[in-house]
Design a protein around this ligand. Structure first.
Ligand code: UDP
Length: 479
């Protein structure tokens, strides 16, 4: 799927007509977007629009680029997507940076001169590779801390660079400062920085040069496309997540319009049998990252059972197969910790908790499994301790699921507590989490009401039309 380009990996982008969003958002927003896009295309005069990030698969940035870029192409822009290469030291260090920008210590390693040397060497190498194909005047959108170091090189070569940071922390603090001190020198000459939320703009990227663009989802991607209950059932049975044989084929539609099929199985850690189709499921789907608090999710579920609440619900904590997400070296260690915590659960609780590693060989097959799981879940949870935005929340809300999410980072921008989901004021409080589950499990009407509002909220704010309009405004300004 990934082609090599001057030693850099390029992810092919199909083209999609933006008109297909009309039935969902109406004529007017699409017409407004097209007019703005025409103006931006005129300003760009044929120059290309590059996106550069650090993985083609897994995590929110890759998800968003897969979703958005086909529409950008469909509107006549020459949009490209390149993925950088880095070594283990580099990705360990950038994960450390990622944690710092979230106000967390991660593995506690240094962010000093030798780390800077590793970072700059990789940045320079990737910038040199990209420099062979980027022309002066091309726009280059660099995503996240992994790519910031390339900015000075690309600017020197005549590219117009935008740096988009998808992470941030609600409050300043020593770790956050450490992260920004590391990155600041590379951002000095960047004309525009893009952040997900106002609160995330650091002092080094003053407000005059920064714009706010929240993420969005694509309702037609394999992750979010409509799916019947029967198909979801067939997919989840095929993937070994539920035990519910079906006559229906486990199929979905790929981004290029061709038929896809789920054939691979998830690796599921469980001690009992797979849940049947009628078993209510509480589901969290995330990368295996301590900030997503998978162990806390288990603890909260067990607290619900310990309280004696009558329920036959089971918990599924799902994430990608850990070998697959190239820019997240922590996945395996976190999964091992989750599994160890799971082993320590009393057997009667353990048999109701399933840890599922979803196959990642085919990103669209993975997405279809996530789609089916989100649709089938009785409750979706995102009990993150920190969260840049939380696309998993958007995805579940679009599927009209009741979501329990921590009131951290971008989650409260999405969920209005008690209206379009439930917020946890203290994400570390297992009792608060258990109470939210209890409230939802016991009230089908509330679940339906929250789910309906959730879908409307995403329709109004978090679909591609709004996102691309903001991009077009930015491009017109820079072009
Ligand atoms: N995701 C996935 N497969 C998995 C686990 C996660 O496709 O096994 C996707 C998830 O559906 C979402 C993205 O990864 O689209 C995670 O984005 P989010 O903003 O929630 O968190 P991030 O990983 O960027 O911290």
């Amino acid at each position: 799927m990934i082609e090599s380009m001057a030693g850099l990996r390029e992810v092919p982008i199909a083209s999609q007509p933006i008109d297909r969003l009309i039935p969902l958002v109406g004529e007017e927003p699409v017409a407004r977007l097209k007019a703005k896009a025409d103006a931006a295309r005129g300003a760009l005069e044929g120059r290309r629009l590059w996106n550069v990030n650090s993985t083609a698969l897994g995590g929110g940035v890759a998800e968003m680029l897969h979703s958005l870029m086909p529409y950008v192409r469909g509107m006549g822009f020459d949009a490209r997507w390149a993925v950088i290469e880095g070594n283990d030291d580099f990705f360990r260090l950038t994960k450390r940076l990622h944690h710092a920008l979230h106000g967390s210590r991660g593995d506690g390693s240094d962010l000093g001169d030798s780390e800077r040397a590793v970072y700059e060497a990789v940045a320079q190498e990737n910038a040199a590779r990209l420099g062979e194909v980027v022309r002066p005047g091309d726009l280059v959108l660099l995503h996240d801390p992994q790519t910031a170091g390339m900015a000075p090189h690309l600017i020197a070569q005549g590219a117009i660079v935008i740096w988009r940071c998808h992470v941030g922390n609600d409050e300043p603090g020593p770790e956050v400062d450490l992260g920004w001190d590391f990155l600041a020198p590379y951002l000095e000459k960047v004309p525009v920085n893009v952040f997900t939320r106002e609160q995330y703009i650091p002092d080094c990227c003053d407000h005059g040069r920064s714009v706010i663009v929240p993420p969005s989802i694509d309702p037609f991607s394999p992750k979010n496309q409509e799916m019947s209950d029967e198909t979801a059932r067939a997919i989840l049975d095929k993937a070994g997540i539920v035990d519910a044989p079906s006559e229906t084929a486990p199929v979905f539609t790929r981004q290029d319009g061709s038929a896809g099929r789920v054939d691979r199985q998830a690796d599921v850690v469980r001690s009992g049998s797979a849940p049947g189709w009628d078993t209510p499921l509480i589901v969290q789907i995330s990368r295996w990252d301590p900030l997503k608090d998978p162990v806390g999710v288990m603890r909260g579920f067990v607290r619900l059972l310990e309280r004696g609440f009558e329920t036959n619900a089971e918990l599924i904590v799902a994430g990608p197969n850990v070998a697959a997400v190239s820019d997240d070296p922590e996945g395996k260690g976190t999964l091992d910790e989750v599994e160890a915590a799971w082993r320590r659960l009393p057997e009667s609780y353990r048999e109701r908790v399933h840890l599922a590693c979803l196959p990642m060989d085919d990103g669209e097959e993975n997405a279809a499994i996530v789609n089916a799981l989100q649709r089938h879940a009785t409750i979706i949870v995102q009990k993150s301790l920190k969260e840049g935005f939380g696309l998993t929340v958007t995805e579940a809300m679009w599927k009209a699921r009741p979501v329990v999410g921590s009131a951290v980072g971008g989650i409260p921008d999405q969920i209005e507590d008690g209206v379009s989901g439930l917020l946890l004021s203290d994400p570390e409080d297992a009792d608060e989490f258990a109470s939210a589950l209890e409230r939802l499990l016991g009230d089908e009407e509330l679940r339906a009401k929250l789910g309906d509002k959730a879908r409307e909220r995403v329709r109004e704010r978090f679909l591609a039309t709004r996102h691309l309009l903001q991009y077009a405004q930015l491009l017109e300004r820079l072009g």
